[in-house]
Design a binder for this molecule. Structure first.
Ligand SMILES: [Zn+2]
Length: 159
């Protein structure tokens, strides 16, 4: 399946998920802990900023399983982001350990076989937990998992 198709279905499922979460928050059906908490605004309990971020994370995650193809959008975008992050840690923050971790991930990325480990729900779960930790909110974790699983479902249906 082409990346545009994956992105389209990813955006559909992530949008529906976010609408359901907003409705839930407005009418207080189920309490989801720290949905709105976002590390940049840690002093504020409520922030809607997390929504565009969660949306972006979901869109990105709907392409992410195909990171195992070197010509894919996910691969190119992630590599670009990693290079940007390395420059940031090297020149601005001057921290060595994140650079080492990024380089290790880059090497692993280059060795991935298509439709291997990245085409599994387990990989989606691990990456979701990572996004939850980065943004200190459950919301990007949810949209990541939804986007990721939508990709797996599309691949499975297309077979
Ligand atoms: Zn795929």
């Amino acid at each position: 399946m082409l990346w545009k198709e994956h992105l389209k279905w990813g955006l559909v499922s992530v949008t529906i998920t976010l609408i359901l979460i907003i409705i839930n928050e407005l009418f207080d059906f189920i309490t989801i802990p720290w949905v709105f908490k976002f590390w940049v605004f840690e002093t504020k309990e409520l922030t809607w900023w997390i929504f565009p971020i969660a949306f972006g994370v979901g869109a990105y995650s709907s392409l992410l399983p195909d990171i195992d193809i070197e010509t894919s959008k996910a691969y190119g975008f992630t590599m670009l982001m990693f290079i940007g992050l390395i420059a940031y840690y090297l020149l601005i923050v001057e921290l060595t350990w994140p650079i080492i971790i990024i380089l290790v991930i880059m090497v692993i990325m280059m060795g991935l076989k298509h439709r291997g480990i990245t085409h599994s729900i387990l990989a989606g779960l691990i990456i979701s937990l990572f996004f939850m930790w980065v943004f200190a909110s459950i919301l990007p974790g949810i949209t990541c998992l939804v986007g990721y699983c939508t990709h797996l479902l599309c691949d499975w249906v297309q077979q």
